[in-house]
Design a protein around this ligand. Sequence first.
Ligand SMILES: [Zn+2]
Length: 804
Amino acid sequence: MLCLIAAQSVLSAQTASAVTNAATLFPLREVRLLDGPVQVQQEMNRRYLLKLEPDRLLSWFRREAGLEPKAPPYRGWESESPQLPGHILGFYLSGAAMMVQATGDEELHYRLDYIVDQLAEVQAANGSGYMLAVPGGKKIFADIAAGQIQIGGLPWTGYQINGNFEPTYTLNKLMLGLYQVYLATGNEKAKQVLIRLADWFGHNVLDALNDAQVQTLLDCEHGSINESFAEVFQLTGDRKYLVWARRLCHERMLQPLAANDGKFLDHYHANTQIPKFTGFEAVYALNGERELDAAAVNFWNDVVSNRSWVIGGNGANEHFFPTNDFDQALHAAAGPESCNSVNMLRLTEALYQLHPSVALMDYYERTLFNHILAVHDPERGMFAYYTGMQPGSYRVYSDEFDSMWCCVGTGLEVPGKYGQMIFTHTPDNSALDVNLFIAAELNWPEKQVKVTQETQFPAQEGVKLKFICEKPNTKFALRIRHPWWVPDGKLQLKVNGRVVRDDSRNGEYAEINKNWRTGDTVEVQLPMHLSCQALPGDEHYVALLYGPIVLSGELGRSGGLSKEDFWQIHDTLGRKNLPESRMPMFLVEEPADILSHVQAVPGEPLTFEADGLTISNRVRLIPFFQNHFQRYAIYWRCLTPEEFQSERSRQALTAQHKREIEAQTVDQVRIGDEASETAHHLKSSRSFDGPGSSDDDAPTHWRDARDGGWFSYDLKIVSDFPVILRSTYWGQDGGERTFDILVDGQKVTTLSLKDTGHREFYDIDVPLAAELLAGKNSVTVTFQARPNNTAGGLFDLRIVKKSP
Ligand SMILES: [Zn+2]
């Protein structure tokens, strides 16, 4: 077993916090998970951490320091577009450090020491304290320090600084990782490397910039770099780090959220924002500035109450959307991103220590069981990026070594800390809180008490706590979270077999204050029931839950899905989406009536069957976190029989219109469909493609070209017959979008797309002159972006016959 230094107690001796904690977390080494779904996933993740090779993770770091790499780098986001080399190492350090604490794994501990030694060598070779893997990073930061700071992707998604992907984001991930290594293992070298890195950035970059320039820098995604500097202040007690931490708080987010502007987050890239607020809370804990706390609290409330799906995830297509647009966002192929939820849990942990509440832990439980656990595939332990919300969606998981997406990073980070919030205690050790119902064993050294929580939850509707007290009659209050899904008066507590409480209400802790002794047991009954939750703003979509567990329909692999479709190197979402009209829906007078169509399957916990559906007579429902490798429904569409009939008629009209267009179409490129784009000889430069809508009869993907880039296709024409070039765009794509369309190298039009304010597609028709077509069978159509402009996004492209 490892000898772990109690680094956390060392920290508090060095810096006095401005704000007193109201709840204290146990160090991860004091909590061991016991048999259950959470422990199974932690173990699978531990094995994956051991498969990753430190020398490959370190490859770019050595190369940038002028040292010979010892192994090639990983591919995917570590090496290819969007290039974020080194980001995975930061997540690896955090995840492995917490895993070492949580499991005592000695091999991982050895690897962390090895990586820290290697990073120290890299840092020494760089000379200045700098040690990033970013290609050309020294030049990038020298330019920044000289005041050259151009942010790409504004206003909603700052993702580049002077054309480089997020160098301050990877800096932050590395700093967070080094800090976790020091906390978990007491590695003194990790602390020194971290402090030198902070000094380099503080003195060489931040001190060279005025506050306005720092704020411009913060317009690019930077994780929680303010939190990292707050952590270095805690390590050193040197106030310069706290001053830097405060300068690194992004005012663009701070002011509106402190003022509780509920619309402000609309359209912003979600995962870029979430970590900033964890940083605000970290700085507030140290300097007592209430505005920072207010912003973090208001942000959490806004995201959780107004911007989250039933599984706890938030956003669509990576962005926050207006809170009355859930019905539109439901059809986005890119549903909530896993990263967001991992970072919302971090924010919840930070808030809980200062403002503990049942509401925080209700959200934590919902998100942990219904999103976080659900994005790890149970066979290889890989990670989903997006979780589609439209009925019939399916998840795609990463490749083990060649994807390295952001959500692979957060997927590595989180399982090591599954034990973090199960138990907490008051700072004066007068009370122990049981927040989560997960089988685990707690060692509480200050009280010389061990507590074992036995449960098969969520397959079991209750837990049993067993106590071992080294001293007889150890006094403390035991407080059990009364969760939102247990009605008032239904949570029953038995001490040593005798009912002592059944009067608590949800939203509070059920408390027993007594002298505890070895052999005491507490049984907690947590009765679950079926409930439904409508999509905000649209009762035609309803989700089903049993207790806190989101149930999902098992919808199989229709539409040509095979097992291998569920793991992808590059594609972060499924390309074989089906229209929702091909998925079963409930025909009911009132949405809540669906509850009468759902019955438990005897002998199979958490398993149900639904009837009263279109298409399928009966559908099996299982917890979403256990529903993998097939299509699923989380939100069910519910129509009255009359609504269903009128929809049928509308579909018939749309189909008729579509047939007329098809009859006129000479050639069509299905954008984003690899076979179609290849058949049309796609050529491109600085071109991107991605998912759009998966509505019935609407285009599903887009392609664009950015900042002077272009893309082209060859399309068939009918020789000597008048034709039109029809291109399709999305009404809310605005910003700088001026571009030329060329046919065989000759400009036929210049377009400047504007945000029309309408959430719908529109076509632009360009008649092609006869002399352009004479004697040809095909033409090359090129979309050429102007500098600093985007061409597209193009959703559909056709040659159609001109009506007579
Ligand atoms: Zn992500």
